[in-house]
Design a protein around this ligand. Structure first.
Ligand SMILES: [Zn+2]
Length: 259
């Protein structure tokens, strides 16, 4: 059980590593944000001075490596930040960029990063226990035939790798489903936060997904199998469908996040 505890700790650390290393990266240069309307979104929800927290990031610009459009939220503590690629600012309209910023702000305000790390760590814990039981059962059955004494024998490494690979493959749909849920909620937040600031927010968001899908060469309508196994965001079709229709204001319904 001592070995198991060590592996669990190692995996928890590994799952948090991308966020930790991202937090240590600081911008080489900073200048006032080009999207002057972004503070209008940040003010009511975040409650801190957006002028201090919205920076232009350079170098290297995303355009030096790709023509795609994207943005993300990253970091821990004081380094938490939304990054909007220069391609997005250049190729999307200001209302579209505000929707993108609103989506990323949703991840930030709704604490999606710590929530997803916690959920993934719980799933991982379950998978590790399953892996532990499976590898023991496998060696009890075939260990002698394979010349492996037990799990402490270095010769068991290929068998362990096999179990980990199979479990990681089978667990991929679960991790993807968790991610797709948070991405869907961030889309909802993005629409709610630009309501009243951007005219026709449904049309703006739908047009952005259409445009960025074309630029990023995204599959417009993948099969259900491809979605379950390969998509950590909802498909373009699903996103366009949702953002074009989500309108609680017109029906007199409650908004979920931005009141
Ligand atoms: Zn997102």
């Amino acid at each position: 059980m001592k070995d198991l505890r060590f592996i669990v700790l190692l995996c928890l650390f590994a799952s948090a590593l991308p966020a930790i290393t991202a937090a240590q990266t600081s911008p080489a240069n900073s200048a006032p944000a080009p999207t002057s309307a972004a503070p209008a979104l940040a003010q009511p929800s975040v409650g801190e001075s957006p002028q201090d927290t919205i920076l232009e990031y350079s170098p290297p610009p995303a355009s030096s490596k790709t023509t795609g459009l994207n943005a993300y939220v990253t970091g821990f503590g004081a380094s938490k930040r939304v990054v909007v690629w220069d391609n997005t600012i250049a190729k999307a309209t200001v209302p579209e960029t505000l929707f993108v910023f609103g989506h990323e702000m949703g991840h930030y305000v709704l604490h999606h990063i710590p929530k997803e790390i916690a959920i993934d760590a719980i799933i991982l814990l379950f998978l590790l226990y399953l892996g532990y039981r499976l590898s023991r059962a496998m060696l009890a059955q075939w260990g002698q035939q394979w010349g492996i004494r037990d799990l402490r024998d270095w010769a068991s490494l290929p068998a362990l790798m096999f179990v980990i690979t199979v479990l990681a493959f089978l667990a991929t749909p679960v991790f993807n489903a968790v991610s797709r849920h948070f991405e869907h909620e961030a889309d909802r937040y993005g629409l709610e936060v630009i309501h009243g600031i951007v005219p026709n927010p449904n049309q703006v968001a739908a047009h952005y997904f259409q445009k960025s899908g074309e630029k990023n060469l995204a599959d417009p309508d993948p099969s259900e199998f491809a979605k379950i196994w390969f998509f950590d965001h909802p498909t373009r079709k699903e996103r366009v469908h949702f953002v074009a229709r989500y309108n609680p204001w017109s029906k007199g319904e409650e908004t979920r996040y931005v009141k």
